[in-house]
Design a protein around this ligand. Sequence first.
Ligand SMILES: *[C@@H]1O[C@H](CO)[C@@H](O)[C@H](O)[C@H]1NC(C)=O
Ligand SMILES: *[C@@H]1O[C@H](CO)[C@@H](O)[C@H](O)[C@H]1NC(C)=O
Length: 377
Amino acid sequence: MDLNRFQRKVRHLIALSVFMSILLIMSISFPDGMNSLQVDLPFAIEGGEDYAYQKKEKVQKMWIAEPNKPALMKKDRPISKRSYQEPQENGPRLKKIPSLSLHNRKKKKPEKNIDLTLVTVPSGPPVDYANKCPGMLDDITTAPVGSMPLIALASFPRSGNTWTRMLLQVSSKLSTGSVYWSYEKDNEWTKKAFPASTVDYHLGTGLCVKTHNYVDEEIAEFSDGVILLIRNPYKSLLSEFFREKMFDKKFSFNKTISLLKEFWWDYFPMRSYEWRNFNLAWIQRSKRLLVVFYEDLISNPMHELTRMLVFLRQTPNLHRMQCALMHYAAFAKETSYIKFDPSTPEQHHVLDQYIVEVNQSLIERDAKPLPNYYENS
Ligand SMILES: *[C@@H]1O[C@H](CO)[C@@H](O)[C@H](O)[C@H]1NC(C)=O
Ligand SMILES: *[C@@H]1O[C@H](CO)[C@@H](O)[C@H](O)[C@H]1NC(C)=O
């Protein structure tokens, strides 16, 4: 075991014991429910973005001290240090190589938003799917080092980020990167599906860079802007809960439902506040912003894909876009996991207020406002 690895292990152990002590203290001050919930939380499994998430979840637990009396009710609470910040020793940002100064450009003032709602959508006869598409699905390449601008594809989890990347890749022939590259680089699926995600995104080899993070310094890194992908938070939150329990932890559907009934009271305020902070941070701090709604991407994919490609400074190619949409059509879905609403009226009130806040922030930046069906859904 090399020294670095050893140090990391020691740091993990220290972090874990601090965490466990906090759990102990919390279980004393919150005797009912709290303790068993903490035990239920997934512990870090090395590899994949989930690792970062599980860590994040733990850290967040420590910061939100009173989960059932959310301070989150306060409407105008600013994004502060108290809200979640990625721990320093965690994540790919640390792996930054000092010599990579390619993108250490001077700070620019935020550009006026480029809405691109009036793009010219390419049109014409449909592509010969059988003959042309297989080729167009297999020729995705990683761009030469330093040739691509640093543009983030940022979204709260379960908002269509992966689907959008697949569509963009086939449409442009260029692979997309990921801020989680150091966790994903040895993954066989990533190598095949997202080759640019196997190298440091600072190298500028990806069409855009997937991220679910929202720390200031990372937002600042994306000096060429962000495509902010937003989905109805009620759907994202529920979908994320199911992903964590059913896909990560391999719980049965029934087990997941029972966990949902038991722990939504705690999960919902924490994650909705994160949804708010995530979107406000990117809307207010990004240098150049394009907002895309997941629901629009489903209902009007050609148009939304064109907006994104233009923003990414690519020339929309009708046939490639058609191939992308035909091939990945199955991804476009509004999954409905349950028939009941797990959220209380109070919880709706809180998230609806966040929706209004995010909407306001979009309007202030002349970006597309949120669809009205986000509220009260
Ligand atoms: C899940 O719950 C339903 C309804 O309570 C029940 O009918 C079904 O048998 C359960 N499935 C499993 C696999 O336990
Ligand atoms: C956001 O603001 C716009 C413009 O005022 C409005 O039409 C829309 O309904 C709002 N959306 C939500 C979710 O409140």
